[in-house]
Design a protein around this ligand. Sequence first.
Ligand SMILES: *Cc1c(COP(=O)(O)O)cnc(C)c1O
Length: 427
Amino acid sequence: MFADTTLTNQFIDLEHQHGAHNYHPLPVVLERGEGVYLWDVEGNKYFDFLSAYSAVNQGHCHPKIIKALNDQAQQLCLTSRAFHNSTFGPFAAFITTYFGFDKILPMNSGAEAVETAIKIARKWGVQKKGIPQEQAQIVVCHGNFHGRTTTIISFSDDEVAKKDFGPYTPGFISIPHNNAEELRKTLENNSNIVGFLVEPIQGEAGIFVPEENYLREVQQLCNQYQVLFIADEIQTGIARTGSLLAVCGNCNCSSSCLRQPDTFANPDILILGKALSGGVYPVSAVLANNNVMDVIQPGEHGSTFGGNPIAAAVAMSALRVVKEEKLAENARKLGKIFRSEINEYIKTSNVVLLVRGKGLLNAIVINDTPESDTAWNICLALKENGLLAKPTHGNIIRFAPPLIMTEEELLECVSIITKTLSAFETN
Ligand SMILES: *Cc1c(COP(=O)(O)O)cnc(C)c1O
């Protein structure tokens, strides 16, 4: 099946010669996607178990989203926001209703949206909280991943992402994730804090799910100390973890009501990206209520492409698909099956230590050091067996298929995964 890799090698060589070496991809060259499947240039078919880091929750080339893209592309693509366009207004109304906030500030990449949230929080601190100029502090968590800009890597503790890129942007305090008591102490001891920026479930770090009450405690503490609770749901949002947002906790999302006040933690600023467009187009957004968003006035922030007609049309369609196809419910149901099947395998395994996650954002930890290449080799073997996944932090493998997967397909994938892992068992 995988005998002739000439074509694959040609593409890889081209990329290696002419593309900067800022990634270390699995050696597969993809040329087509449909739903939960990908095809490489040799014609081999794979289950996608990464979903472009949870950008493709709605599945590859979803026909409704592609139609929205095509229709809008033939009508109007970009005006900049020097002028109004007839798609952004309807999108702004749609997304703010959908997520329950007063206003949206549209951007393109996730990192830009995080930067936007940081700027809003700092300005809010000066204007609404009376914090002196250039003194604003934002609390973040150890192990965070919020993107790749110079400011964002300034508060990363990933050496690889950070080393040699200084000088770093000041104004950030890092505390442990999943530790409300640390947050309380930090807020108590520093009156210049304007915000707490947190991933509800840490994704890049290896899918760390906090305790049940953590996010609600975070919200209470932020209220108590008059600090903005900023949730980065770029990876966890849009149904990935079995509810519309990870801050919804175990709220049993129905397609009509996705945010019950008594069952979810309510961030002051919500950051979305990735699956906001179903992976079709770079679209990110910052959502907040008027008392926060109104600190930004004309000229103070912007983006040439942010809120462009294609982005707006694509995002509306992508969000409609999430509700129409009940993706949150499906992610929750399939996630439980996935973890229970993998746990069954782990009982007799020497290779896998544990499985953790929520909804269809899961990871297994391989019984080897982060420096070892076992997880990488397992991913190579998974590829040979028709399933694409990628290690994170050396010995962790993230499993995040598109949320449109059926139970039957998931069970087929579980059997590919367990069969592949079996070959790595030592006895
Ligand atoms: C992917 C990601 C980002 C960055 O998004 P880009 O579009 O790559 O800039 C930020 N935060 C989280 C939690 C992410 O998973």
